[in-house]
Ligand binder design. Structure first.
Ligand code: XIL
Length: 377
């Protein structure tokens, strides 16, 4: 792979601007065809997204976010790589991506000591070809572990060695190619106590500091994150993260950022303290990011719910824009066609800014307007 550096790693807040060119679609298509023929880009990459919203101006969420030195990203997943229309929008509208599943332990080390980077490489390759930065997700998590790990019995020494080898091998494979790693995902319970996982149970809370140190050793340039849900508002769970990152910092454990997943639901109310919460973490000298944003509702959707959802997307966007160290926002895929919500939350869905037919919803326009007004200031 050629070494295209997507992010200036020495200046964490600078994301290269993605300039898109304003040209008639027919011309764009012919330019795309010749570039593709020259092997410079894939035809898909340069073809204007047919289902794209309001293509009369040259703005995209990624471009507008870049104007504020941030990214606006979307998660994606390997099965979606057969959907050309989907990929057209993914590659043109967003300037960052996260592999939704490809880098989870079950995928990267399906058998003990046997590593598989096929799926992760596919997503990374797409990201690089489309000049998108890449958030890598995730090295240590209690879910989607391979059977050999879930069902095995290990002493602390054995599990520590397994964890170190996993982190070292995976992070080394992607060394220099990813913007950030979610090193540990979902380490706390709602009440702020440590989640009882195989890692916590066997190794104690020190597994988090160890994981961060091993990740830093393996890829010194990747931004290292802790990531969790239900930490958008100030409360016991986000307080636990606040205390943890403060103490990690005091012990010189490498930690660069906290990821706020942002799996919101209309029925639970908007997390009013989001901006204040982001700011208190930023004030510790950390980056913060919204990493898995979706805003679900009971289906069917209606105009009122979609308007509230749009308002919430705008508010999250503005909260991030108001905090200098908030480096970007990622939606957990961009279209309801590929959202994880309906499979997991019964009767809920319609959580993303594009509908199932890849058409932009009111949320899309609300995000774009929020980004655009910030860019003008
Ligand atoms: C989800 C994926 O999107 C699904 O495809 C998969 O079946 C389950 O995991 N928090 C996380 C993500 O950190 O990794 C989860 O992703 C969603 C919740």
């Amino acid at each position: 792979m050629s070494a295209v550096l997507l992010v200036d790693l020495d200046v964490p807040l600078r994301i290269p601007h993605r300039r898109t060119f304003l040209m008639p679609h027919r011309l764009a298509a012919s330019v795309a065809a010749s570039l593709a023929a020259a092997g410079l880009v894939t035809a898909m990459a340069a073809t204007p997204a047919s289902a794209g919203p309001d293509r009369h101006d040259d703005t995209t969420l990624g471009r507008l976010a870049a104007d504020t030195h941030r990214y606006f990203g979307s998660a994606t997943d390997n099965p979606e790589f057969s959907d050309a229309a989907y990929l057209g929008i993914l590659g043109s509208e967003f300037n960052s991506t996260t592999a939704g599943n490809a880098l989870k332990w079950y995928a990267t080390e399906p058998q003990q000591g046997v590593f598989d980077f096929t799926q992760g490489d596919q997503v990374l390759d797409f990201a690089r070809r489309h000049h998108m930065s890449f958030r890598a997700h995730t090295l240590v998590w209690h879910n989607q572990l391979p059977d050999w790990l879930n069902n095995g019995t290990f002493t602390a020494d054995q599990l520590r060695a397994i964890l170190k080898k996993h982190i070292t091998t995976v992070a080394r494979h992607y060394k220099g190619k990813v913007y950030s790693w979610d090193v540990v995902n979902e380490a706390f319970n709602e009440d702020g106590t440590y989640r009882d996982t195989i890692f916590y149970r066997t190794l104690g809370p020190g597994y988090i500091a160890d994981a961060l140190r091993w990740a830093r050793e393996a890829d010194p340039h990747a931004k290292l994150y802790l990531n969790d849900y239900n930490i958008e508002a100030i409360g016991p769970k986000s307080d636990a993260y606040y205390a943890l990152v403060k103490s990690l910092r005091a012990q010189h454990v490498p930690i660069d950022g906290v990821g706020f997943q942002g799996h919101l639901a209309l029925q639970y109310g908007y997390p009013d303290t989001l901006e204040q919460n982001l700011r208190r973490f930023a004030d510790l000298g950390l980056d913060v990011a919204i990493t898995e944003l979706d805003i679900r509702m009971y289906v069917p959707a209606d105009a009122t719910k979609l308007a509230t959802q749009a308002d919430w997307y705008a508010r999250v966007t503005k909260a991030c824009l108001a905090v200098r160290r908030c480096v970007g926002i990622t939606v957990w895929d961009y279209t309801d066609k590929y959202s994880w919500i309906p499979a997991v939350f019964q009767g809920e869905g319609a959580a993303l800014p594009y509908d199932e037919n890849l058409q932009p919803k009111p949320a899309y326009t609300a995000i774009r307007d929020a980004l655009r007004s910030a860019g003008r200031h």
